[in-house]
Design a protein around this ligand. Sequence first.
Ligand SMILES: Cc1cc2nc3c(=O)[nH]c(=O)nc-3n(C[C@H](O)[C@H](O)[C@H](O)COP(=O)(O)O)c2cc1C
Length: 170
Amino acid sequence: MQVSHVTPQLMRTVLGHFCSGITVITTMSDGGPIGFTCQSFGSLSLDPPLVMFSPGRSSTTWPRIRDVGTFAINVLAAHHDGLSNGFAVSGADKFAGVKWSPGSLGAPILDDVVAWAECRLWAEYDGGDHTIVAAEVLDLQANSQDRPLLYFRGAYHLPHPHDNNHTGRQ
Ligand SMILES: Cc1cc2nc3c(=O)[nH]c(=O)nc-3n(C[C@H](O)[C@H](O)[C@H](O)COP(=O)(O)O)c2cc1C
């Protein structure tokens, strides 16, 4: 149900001001590797170790990943804008020309990603025209040498080269 003036377009425009990284979520299906681009990703819980993301109801790839039950979340690097666009095309041969290697669960870890997490489906909740997936992290690794691909107001951005300060929580 539409609430007053809050249209999908207004949601997209205003909430596009929230800057994020970009992930590609992958798994190995019976028919080969599959995956889709996903911006709506975040850390959820430290103990147990959980992350979350939101597949759209119209995604054809998420139900196939759900059926496998395990998957990898690949955090894209600054030069991966082509990968981000490629993994967003429904029905395409998304892995054509893409370099990857299998993680310990068999899910594709894409080459040169800044971080990856191997996960198992924990729970899935209603999220309107999306669903909310909570996933248990079984293994994860970061390559802190590379810079991430950023997404802001519907466009890709690179991190500012002088942003070298670390203020991360321990
Ligand atoms: C930058 C970017 C961010 C995206 N973020 C999401 C997202 O958070 N959730 C989602 O379901 N789809 C997202 N998409 C769209 C999906 O990648 C796309 O709908 C999906 O890959 C369609 O293919 P499929 O039918 O194989 O799932 C995003 C696409 C792009 C280009």
